[in-house]
Design a protein around this ligand. Structure first.
Ligand SMILES: NC(=O)c1ccc[n+]([C@@H]2O[C@H](COP(=O)([O-])OP(=O)(O)OC[C@H]3O[C@@H](n4cnc5c(N)ncnc54)[C@H](O)[C@@H]3O)[C@@H](O)[C@H]2O)c1
Length: 342
């Protein structure tokens, strides 16, 4: 290849990479893995609104509903199949990868070998893929990446991380691997540590899921049995804020990011505090408490998350507080109940 042709190729590759600084930019082509979970479908809707329907490809190993299938591009992608992932990136000319596939905290403890494969081997595949094809890659981490030795109130961005769940261990592994690829190879790795994300969609088996299940059970049956003690404080965020954080962070110019991994949060509350707010809208429901193994996980996690570095570096600011969250969830879960006919 002549020098001129090499230079042209390099220019073509760079020109295809999206930069939020460039005016009249071409939207990025985005692939979401593990896209049929709690966050993926809403994330695709949010990003399609921003970058166009055809530019956001949702993928998973699950058969999609008609609604998901009709909403925009959907394909099969197993994150354990490296060649299959290569083919998708090449065929669809993917620029950004949002890696959601994972087994969450409570589910991971029930099947550790599978969690190791999906969460750790899967991460090896997507990070190599991102390096090979020069992709911007977003991997969510979690409050579960901290453990009993970490300060819990507040938990800063940089501190001791010794999680006691396979989920947490796999997320610390993802954070460190991503930072390593950034420093070693210049990979554009970006990671947010989310708190419990609250939405009306069914949760994937995490420890913060009670704050979703309580709305479904109370509105359907008038009663909820909580698997955490009433005073268990955990950081939380409505999905609207989580997706806005994700897309603002993905668009932040690289030179504003002092880190590749940031804490983000909106609020912290206990089951008792959530119930007190809900009673104002639904006065006659009941709640009982029967803590199970998820209590031990929650007791090792942050109570209040310090996201001051995200606020400073890329202007992160939550907009949904606990009162808003309760109003939104009651409205959205009621709509789901009407739509599903029960
Ligand atoms: N939901 C939260 O509260 C929360 C909080 C912090 C971080 N996160 C992170 O955000 C991401 C998405 O979370 P979620 O709640 O949507 O999870 P979820 O459990 O609801 O969805 C995960 C998806 O991964 C898919 N998956 C499993 N094995 C796969 C494989 N081999 N190939 C491809 N896909 C596979 C599943 O089919 C599922 O649809 C996860 O990485 C999670 O750790 C979520």
């Amino acid at each position: 290849m002549t020098l001129l042709r090499k230079a042209c190729c390099a220019f073509a590759i760079n020109a295809r990479r999206y930069s939020s600084n460039v005016q009249n930019k071409k939207p990025p082509k985005i692939l979401i893995t593990g896209g049929l979970g709690q966050l993926g479908v809403e994330c695709a809707k949010h990003l399609r609104g921003k970058y166009g329907r055809e530019n956001v490809i949702l993928s998973d190993i699950i058969k999609p509903t008609n609604e998901v299938f009709n909403d925009g591009p959907y394909i099969f992608a197993d994150i354990l199949d490296f060649k299959g992932l290569q083919k998708i990136v090449v065929d669809h000319r993917v620029d950004w990868l949002i890696h959601f596939s994972a087994l969450l905290s409570a589910i991971g403890e029930q099947n550790v070998p599978l969690a190791v494969r999906v969460n750790i081997e899967g991460m090896h595949n997507v990070i190599e893929l991102a390096k090979q094809y020069g992709l911007r890659i977003f991997v969510p981490s979690t409050i579960g990446a901290f453990g009993p030795d970490s300060p819990r109130n507040p938990t800063p961005n940089i501190t001791i991380q010794r999680p006691r769940t396979i989920y947490g261990v796999s997320k610390v592994h993802a954070e460190l691997l991503g930072e390593y690829y950034y420093h070693k190879f210049g990979l554009d790795f970006r990671c947010l540590r989310f708190p419990g994300v609250i939405s009306s969609d069914p949760p994937g088996g995490g420890t913060t899921d009670y704050a979703i299940a309580i709305f479904h059970d109370v509105l359907r049956k008038g009663h909820y049995e909580c698997y955490l003690k009433p005073d268990t404080r955990l950081p939380m965020m409505h999905v609207k804020d989580a997706l806005r954080a994700l897309s603002e962070f993905l668009e932040a110019p690289s030179n504003t990011l002092n880190r590749r991994v940031y804490n983000v949060t909106s609020m912290s509350f206990t089951p008792e505090e959530l119930t007190d707010k809900m009673i104002k809208h639904i006065p006659d429901f009941t709640i009982t408490y029967k803590p199970d193994s998820r209590q031990d996980i929650a007791d090792s996690w942050p109570q209040v998350f310090d996201d001051s570095e995200a606020r400073r570096d890329w202007n992160w600011k939550p907009t949904v507080n606990l009162d808003d969250l309760v109003s939104l969830m009651i409205k959205e879960v009621k709509e789901k109940i009407v739509a599903n006919g029960f």
